[in-house]
Design a protein around this ligand. Structure first.
Ligand code: MRU
Length: 352
């Protein structure tokens, strides 16, 4: 079984601190919304769906603590990271229940179950796409750690493996915070899925030599037209995959789709601290006088996406807007934030 990134019981949200992996498995017990906000900001809990579920439980802790109004708690948790649409879905879902006087804990539990079940559906929908594939490439970590359980990009790989496929996974290391080298490799190693970690700048080499049959990634926010934000470096992988005729798939639960953001141009891109680029695990790499830039995400145009793997099946980019409109009409899902002002927002550095 893959790991579980977080769980909630009796007023305590327990998270596997992803900053300590793969060296140590540290479980942190969070009791206040401030502690949850800090864990999200510092990437102790990370990956868009996990962030959304953690924030939902952060709202539960705020309600229990009695020190915040629903609006204050929502503001605290929503200010942590701007790009992952799931964060706002998780917060808004619980805020609505809180303001209606409902059972926030039951609402957060049900949101968590929904995310996990959608990941299983993504796995089942995506596995057939890999039937002829031997080697796939992934970027960042879109596994169980990023999604509470199971994963988005890793879900079809897991289902294909369970159905007897012998897949090999290229794992981009994913500088600056090394989510691929530390977290995806850790998940795959635990399950004995064959893989190799490669430097971020090696992916083009393998793509151009016919050593990658498909690229699978997750997303932090998918705009109505299919442009999507994901971990920095995703865009260049998509362009090189396109150049080499390699299919490029984006797997995500519904909370990652943002029907109110028309195109990728309006997706807010988080910019994090210079230290994350200047250092690796506390070790300084660059001259003291050097400056750094650290956008945490980039936006890949829909034209490079072969298909989205959704809980409802495989969707071509050109069909996405119609599908999202139909879902909005049927469900009226909670609104995410509209992108306003600067497209680049700064957050504090990740420690550890
Ligand atoms: O900064 P992170 O580690 O939270 O970024 C995570 C990613 O970019 C993931 O690929 C994305 O959230 C999808 S997780 C299923």
């Amino acid at each position: 079984m893959p790991v579980r990134a977080l769980w909630y019981r009796n007023g305590i949200l327990s998270i596997v601190d992803q900053r300590a992996l793969p060296g140590r498995t540290v479980v942190r017990r969070l009791r206040t919304p401030e502690a949850v906000a800090e864990a999200i900001r510092t990437l102790a809990v990370r990956g868009a769906p996990s962030i959304g579920v953690a924030a939902a439980y952060g709202m539960v802790l705020a309600r229990r603590g009695g020190r915040h109004t629903a609006v204050q708690a929502a503001r605290l948790l929503s200010s942590t990271r701007p790009t992952a649409h799931d964060l706002f879905v998780g917060v808004e879902r619980i805020r609505a229940v809180w303001e209606a006087g409902g059972d926030v804990e039951a609402a957060a539990d049900s949101y968590r179950r929904e995310v996990v079940e959608e990941c299983h559906e993504i796995g089942r929908a995506g596995a057939p796409l890999l039937s002829g594939a031997r080697k796939v490439l992934t970027h960042c970590n879109a596994g169980a750690l990023a999604t509470v359980e199971w994963g988005t990009a890793l879900a079809p790989i897991r289902v294909a493996r369970d159905r007897g496929a012998r897949l090999f996974v290229w794992v981009d290391e994913t500088r600056p915070l090394l989510q691929g080298a530390r977290l995806t490799a850790w998940e795959l190693a635990k399950e004995h899925i064959p893989h190799a970690v490669i430097a971020d700048n090696a992916a083009g080499h393998f793509l151009s030599r016919g050593e990658v049959d498909a690229v699978l990634v997750g997303a932090d926010r998918i705009a109505r037209n299919g442009d999507f934000a994901n971990k920095i470096g995703t865009y260049e992988k998509a362009v090189v995959a396109h150049e080499n005729g390699v299919p490029f798939y984006v797997a995500a639960p519904w909370s990652t789709f943002d029907p109110r953001t028309p195109t990728g141009a309006s997706i807010p891109v988080e910019e994090r601290s210079e230290e994350e680029v200047a250092e690796v695990r506390g070790q300084r790499l660059t001259p003291r006088r050097s400056r750094h830039r650290n956008p945490a995400f980039d936006v890949t145009p829909a034209k490079y996406v072969t298909a989205f793997i959704t809980p409802a099946g495989v969707v071509r980019p050109q069909d996405l807007a119609k599908l999202l409109d139909r879902r909005m009409r049927a469900e009226r899902p909670p609104a995410g934030p509209r992108a306003t002002g600067s497209r680049v927002r700064r957050t504090r550095r990740a420690s550890g």
